[in-house]
Structure formats: structure tokens, C-alpha cells
Design a binder for this molecule. Structure first.
Ligand SMILES: *[C@@H]1O[C@H](CO)[C@@H](O)[C@H](O)[C@H]1NC(C)=O
Ligand SMILES: *[C@@H]1O[C@H](CO)[C@@H](O)[C@H](O)[C@H]1NC(C)=O
Ligand SMILES: [Ca+2]
Ligand SMILES: [Ca+2]
Length: 152
């Protein structure tokens, strides 16, 4: 009786079952409702954004202190000094590629963002800014973190 019910579900909803098997983070790290891929290849910010898109996610968007601390934990565990995040400056600071304005949660290092020499428009987290946020030149090369939803 129970078995035939399960069989019926398998026959009627193979797509649903496949989806539930495939859902989750696989080889990405899960934290809350997201999965994270820490990529240690040092590349410029624009390439990092593209790389995350190609791997099915987006360059990390930091929405909370917990998420911020999680990313810093990954950096320390891997002895990586600096990572790119999805923060990008136009007339104001926003997360790319969502265009969500950076204002609910921020964690700028003291005196940042300073747009030093008028050349800094991308948001990194660095040991050299005490693991807080800094704006730096988008053409610098760093490892980066990708994020994707754990539920899709
Ligand atoms: C890390 O990024 C590089 C550069 O885009 C890419 O070639 C490589 O496949 C990425 N690694 C993973 C595990 O996605
Ligand atoms: C800001 O970054 C520091 C260093 O990573 C961390 O200890 C802190 O929890 C973060 N958030 C806030 C709101 O201070
Ligand atoms: Ca996020
Ligand atoms: Ca700066």
C-alpha cells in the first residue's frame, strides 16, 4: 500500500523528485538560504562578476552581518587576504548584478569608501582593512566569492 503510493508518486512526478535530489549546494558551501563558491583565482572585478554568472550564480551580495562574518570566516580559513564582492559604485553604491542599493547593511572600514585618486569603484574585503569593506580599483586582481540560492 505505502510502496504503491510511492511508486505512483515516482511515476507521476519524476521531475519533482529529480529537482529535490538536485536542490542544495552540492560542492558549494551552504550558509542560510544561499550557497557560496570561494574561487581563489585572482582576476579583475568584471571578470569575477562574469565568472560567477557562468557558474550559475552571482558575485556575492552581502545582506547581513552574519553573511559578512561568514565570508570573512571563509577568507581566514583559506588564508586569503582580499576578496572581491559584488559591490559596485556608480552615482551610488549598489550590489551587482541585482542593482540593489547598498544601504540596509554596510560595514565600511574607517575612512572608506574614499575613492582614492578617483579610481576606486569596486568593493573588496581585506585583511588590510581589518576584514571590513574597502573600495578599490576594479582592475586589481583578487580571488572572489560567488553566491547562489540553495532552493533552486
Ligand atoms: C574560478 O574562476 C575561474 C576564472 O573565471 C574559472 O576558470 C574557474 O572555473 C573557477 N573555478 C570554479 C571552481 O568555478
Ligand atoms: C564588520 O566586519 C568586522 C570584521 O570582519 C566584523 O567583526 C563585524 O561583525 C562586521 N559587522 C559589523 C556591523 O561590525
Ligand atoms: Ca547574499
Ligand atoms: Ca579605498
Amino acid at each position: 500500500m505505502g510502496t504503491s503510493l510511492i511508486m505512483m508518486r515516482v511515476l507521476l512526478f519524476p521531475g519533482l523528485i529529480l529537482q529535490s535530489v538536485l536542490a542544495g549546494c552540492n560542492n558549494w558551501d551552504q550558509f542560510g538560504d544561499s550557497c557560496y563558491l570561494f574561487n581563489e583565482t585572482s582576476i579583475i572585478w568584471m571578470q569575477a562578476m562574469w565568472s560567477c554568472y557562468e557558474s550559475g550564480g552571482w558575485i556575492v551580495q552581502i545582506d547581513s552581518q552574519d553573511e559578512d562574518n561568514f565570508i570573512v570566516g571563509l577568507m581566514k580559513a583559506r588564508y586569503v587576504d582580499t576578496v572581491w564582492t559584488g559591490g559596485f559604485a556608480t552615482a551610488h553604491w549598489q550590489w551587482m548584478p541585482s542593482f540593489i542599493r547598498i544601504k540596509e547593511y554596510t560595514n565600511w572600514s574607517q575612512g572608506q569608501p574614499d575613492n582614492a585618486e578617483g579610481k576606486e569603484g569596486c568593493l573588496s574585503i581585506s585583511k588590510f582593512s581589518h576584514y571590513k569593506w574597502n573600495d578599490e580599483a576594479c582592475g586589481n586582481r583578487h580571488p572572489f566569492v560567488c553566491e547562489k540560492s540553495a532552493n533552486s
